[in-house]
Write a protein of this length. Structure first.
Ligand code: WTA
Length: 635
């Protein structure tokens, strides 16, 4: 029986039981089988969820890039590691071999060193999906610097917040980025952000769009000339298994984004293991995950997981709608993609277009399809299954989080019978449970509750950068001795899990996690706004969209509401990014509040959902009359 390439459901249960009965032996076997360790661990696992303190492979030493690159050179030196598909289909794709990847990463590592970056320093990476992004991430890992990739769709202000939170010493960016028919001035955004980032001493700029940009003397350097003269070898820094590998920010229900800290050894073992298992990866497959490396999906399943397996991984710069809605399918045909991993929001957007776009291409290379990021609705699942998978290709609906580092609940292709909208069964080593309103674990099925995980797994986040207390409060204090996911789920009679969505104030819009608090803060900064509350409502392409209730200041002045809506969204774009724009904005004289002054979001959510049949008891509100007014004027 192999821990990988599980062939049928019975074998899955055998492996699963083994992993739960003796997790340490299970993960030790996986860790021994596949990786290069410079020093072996003293202890597989140490954990205490009350602190919380989690350590995997303690005492072990390694460098993750040695495992993702160097180790493959003997057998796969000329194999394509990264297949870069540019935004413009007329620009040639680049096949970057493992040998070449090593050279680029080593040169980049030397550039970082020359600019004074040391082990443990934080480096912010704000780049489009171009090969330099992969080189930058891996170069940081090679020298032991902690990378913090910020999605290049975030605004200057959001970028500055993230740079300052982890006191990054350097920013790596490009002159600009191509997205569909748009060119975005990335360097301009960085310049604006850096006006308020005292920790940054240098900026490396990759050339992509040839846009004319300002270069600040003594701070900004073009990457290319530095790479050209850099030495082509770099001995990987030896890291402890528990040394931080990266920080990645994710939205919380309140306050600042949370800089999730992931460490080296466990993250490597788990992403490599799940990549191979969930996608049933075989040598010579061509794997394509359409996420951006700015999100955890890109970290784990464009870079680290596939490269640790010596796979060929596709890096796509563009968007699904350019030059037309057939772009994804054209790329699948062109590169003979075997595993395709995307988000429900992309599927819904493409399902709205003519079927001709899909039917024009030969998709017969596909073996496994995947989705991630939000619940997939039944209609989208069937469209994906029928038109992309032609009814023959298993779909893995993978549930996981930035915090979990890797896929947690997912079918295993060809072994787990799939049911649309169900993420199905926990992967080996993962022990989920459901918890009820009284904080008690629900035994038996069917059941509906809050989703928790009872036992550590190797790639779980270890902390929130600079705020371990918040890590404890957010994830480990709601339910004793359990990691709380923030998601609700139900479990059917066969033990299959279906994720029903967030149970907190995080809203997933087009697969992006958005906390309502920072958006409300942005709205409230508008001089005409007194107060605001934001909730989510169902949207047929985005999954959820944002509905803002806004109270205007009473100035006696008459304002044009459409102009105000534009200004508010402009402000959100500046403060956070266009992904956080409000779909609907309702101006209202008041918001329903409890006697202690808390906004009753439950009521606002129902109104936004156009479901006002049962608003519950509103008599305890401070201002029950306002509810009628809001319903009457709902959009
Ligand atoms: C949601 C993305 C239903 C969930 C890897 C989770 C999902 C949040 C699924 C994490 C899925 C992710 N089915 N919901 N297959 N996958 N989610 O941190 O609410 O960007 O908590 O990580 O996305 O989003 P994040």
């Amino acid at each position: 029986m192999s821990n990988y390439h599980i062939k049928n459901l019975e074998e899955y249960y055998q492996v699963y039981r083994k992993s739960v009965r003796d997790p340490e032996t299970f993960w030790e076997e996986v860790a021994e089988e596949h990786f290069v360790w410079r020093k072996r661990w003293n202890r597989v696992l140490h954990w205490d969820f009350t602190k919380p303190e989690i350590k995997w492979f303690e005492g072990a030493e390694l460098n993750i890039t040695e495992n993702c690159i160097d180790r493959h050179l003997a057998t796969r030196g000329d194999k394509t590691a990264i297949l870069f598909e540019p935004n413009d289909p007329n620009e040639k794709a680049q096949h970057i071999s493992y040998k070449e990847l090593r050279r680029k990463v080593c040169q980049f590592a030397n550039v970082l060193k020359e600019k004074g970056i040391q082990k443990g320093d934080r480096v912010c990476i704000y780049l489009p999906m171009i090969p330099e992004l992969a080189y930058a991430v891996l170069a940081c890992a090679r020298i032991g610097a902690i990378h913090s990739v910020v999605f290049a769709g975030f605004s200057a202000s959001a970028l500055a917040t993230r740079i300052n939170d982890s006191e990054c010493k350097m920013v790596i960016t490009s002159d600009g980025s191509f997205r569909g028919n748009k060119t975005i001035d990335l360097k301009g955004i960085v310049d604006e952000a850096l006006e308020s980032c005292p920790s940054v001493t240098s900026v490396l700029v990759a050339k992509r769009t040839q846009t004319t940009i300002a270069m600040k003397a003594g701070r900004d350097y073009w990457l290319e000339p530095l790479m050209e003269v850099a030495y082509k070898d770099y001995v990987p820094e030896v890291m402890d298994a528990e040394d931080p590998l990266f920080i990645l920010y994710t939205s919380g229900s309140t306050g600042m984004p949370k800089g999730m800290v992931h460490t080296t050894g466990g993250y490597m073992v788990y992403t490599a293991y799940t990549f191979k298992n969930v996608f049933q990866y075989r040598e010579n497959d061509i794997f394509w995950c359409t996420a951006d490396i700015g999100w955890i999906t890109g970290h784990s399943y464009i870079l680290y997981g596939p490269l640790a397996n010596g796979a060929t991984t596709v890096l796509f710069e563009g968007v699904p709608s350019y030059p037309d809605f057939g772009r994804f399918w054209q790329i699948i045909e062109k590169h003979k993609i075997t595993q395709f991993y995307t988000a429900p929001t992309a599927i819904r957007a493409l399902a709205k277009e003519k079927l001709d776009y899909v039917e024009a291409y030969d998709l017969s290379s596909l073996k496994v399809l995947g989705t991630v990021g939000e619940p997939i609705n039944e209609e989208a699942w069937h469209w994906y299954n029928d038109n992309v998978g032609k009814g023959k290709t298993p779909i893995v609906d993978t549930w996981w989080q930035t915090e979990t580092g890797g896929i947690m609940i997912s079918p295993i292709p060809f072994a787990t019978p799939t049911i649309p909208t169900f993420a199905t069964l926990p992967l080996p080593g993962i022990q989920p449970c459901l918890v009820d309103e009284d904080n008690l674990e629900i035994n038996g099925s069917p059941a509906n509750g809050k989703l928790c995980i009872k036992f550590p797994w190797p790639s779980m986040a270890r902390s929130i950068w600079g705020n371990h207390q918040r890590f404890r409060d957010t994830y480990f204090s709601t339910f004793e001795n359990k990691y709380f996911t923030g998601d609700g789920a139900l479990r059917d009679n066969t033990g299959y899990y279906r994720i029903t969505g967030r149970v907190d104030d995080v809203i997933i819009v087009s697969g992006h996690n958005l906390g309502t608090a920072p958006i409300e803060d942005a709205v409230n900064e508008h001089p005409a706004v007194a107060e605001s509350a934001i909730v989510g409502f169902p949207h047929d392409v985005k999954g959820n969209a944002l509905y803002g209730y806004v109270i205007l200041k009473e100035t006696g002045e008459v304002r044009n509401h459409d102009n105000l809506r534009k200004e508010i969204n402009q402000l959100i774009t500046e403060k956070i990014g266009p992904i956080a724009k409000l779909e609907k904005i309702q101006f209202t004289p008041g918001l329903p509040k409890t006697r202690s002054g808390k906004i009753m979001r439950r009521i606002l959510r129902k109104i936004a959902h156009k479901d006002t049949s049962d608003l519950g008891d509103t008599s305890t509100l401070l201002n029950p009359e306002v509810v009628e007014d809001i319903i009457k004027n709902a959009l």
